[in-house]
Write a protein that binds this ligand. Sequence first.
Ligand SMILES: N[C@@H](CCC(=O)N[C@@H](CS)C(=O)NCC(=O)O)C(=O)O
Length: 216
Amino acid sequence: MKLYTSNFSPNCRRVEAVLHHLGLHGSVDIRRPNMVAGEHRSDEIRAVNPNMKLPTLVAGDMNLWEANPIMIYLCDRAGAEEFCPTDLKSRFEILRWMSWEVQHYNRELVDILWETVLKGMFGAGAPDQDKVDVALENYCRFAQVLEDRLGARDFVLGDRVTVADFAVGASSGLAMLPGAQVPLDDYPNIKAWYLRLESLPAWAKTAPENMAEAAA
Ligand SMILES: N[C@@H](CCC(=O)N[C@@H](CS)C(=O)NCC(=O)O)C(=O)O
């Protein structure tokens, strides 16, 4: 398999973390086009993903794009029943939380992080505090849903980590940076869960600084 991926991208991190968690990372041909230089807009990547976005996985005759379906594909291919259960109830829960994080939780979180953290990394100008404030208000609405969910369980589905945690927590490393302006102290269950996630070997191996070192 060949994975086109990038450092500092929460969408790429979640896929690389799944590969580490499944013990597959070392067997994948990892390509890191430089997004700042626009290398992801190459003919090579367009041929396998018409959106020219990362992550993109080539597996045999399949070209896979969109991080969450890629993660489920990798789990099912590896038969990772515990990490990505296939019973109807669990699979519904996984898909629901993945859909929710894309549409709501991480959508608002990434809007905050773009202004407070990522713009600086990409040399895209100063943060717009008005945009941060709008995203913050929306983020808090959905953060409360996650906070309540994590009140009675260690991970999104229950007592064990699943692929749903890797999806919902994809931006955890960036959200915990000092200047991120994400009010995690108001959500102690989310903060504790983020820390639990960051302590997992697969998540630690994909921390932004480690990925930068690996790419150097
Ligand atoms: N919905 C896509 C989002 C992919 C995405 O937006 N990737 C970003 C990096 S996080 C990217 O490739 N941006 C480059 C561009 O849009 O030109 C997914 O889940 O994989």
